[in-house]
Design a protein around this ligand. Sequence first.
Ligand code: ADP
Ligand code: MG
Length: 238
Amino acid sequence: MGAIQLKGVKKSFGAVDVIPGVDLSINDGEFVVFVGPSGCGKSTLLRLIAGLEDVSGGAILIDGQDVAPLPPAKRGLSMVFQSYALYPHMSVRNNIAFGLKMAGMPKAEIDKKVDAAAAILNLTPYLDRKPGALSGGQRQRVAIGRAIVRQPKAFLFDEPLSNLDAALRVQMRQEITRLQRQLATTAIYVTHDQVEAMTMADKIVVLNAGRVEQTGSPLDLYDHPANLFVAGFIASPK
Ligand code: ADP
Ligand code: MG
């Protein structure tokens, strides 16, 4: 049984069925990429898992427990936002520490966790700077640092690299996958970029109009696309 399971998950906004029904099983430690064209429901599905939206039907289970009654903070997941979601007036240290402070963790423990995360992310020399004094890649690392210190069950990423230039995007893809392996934390990563999906994923979930067209490894999808949609989507350049 997967660590995160979606069973007949549905979401409608008013009369619009954005997610008509999704079944999915995500294993511990897996790097799963939701890929599909703009508007297909990737962000909505991620927000349902995060608890930022309520499901209209079906169930989401984490370690076998239905999470419907749990608010986002109680689901043990950390969403990594784009780098612009940093607090500009706070130092890097305080940006990374923010969630832990809110949770009431003692300062000494917070300092230890922030120092460890900064070391992993090569941010140690920048802890006293403000985000405005950092490069785009460093800001993205701070955003990741905020998620890491909470030691979540899974990281949820929603197109975290879309603000970055092409060269930095390639570098950050590698950094994110390296980090995910090192921490052995499950990741769900949303992108509309096929190359990103093919290079980062253990398992790709191809979405189209709120439905799963195919789930498989990058090689499975490349070698055995289930249908023309998947074949066309995987093959088409960005
Ligand atoms: P993606 O992330 O794949 O681009 P989204 O999940 O953001 O797609 O959106 C899927 C569909 O749901 C779109 O048609 C979008 O307009 C619609 N949608 C998303 N959020 C809302 C909302 N809060 N209210 C109404 N419609 C929404
Ligand atoms: Mg989106």
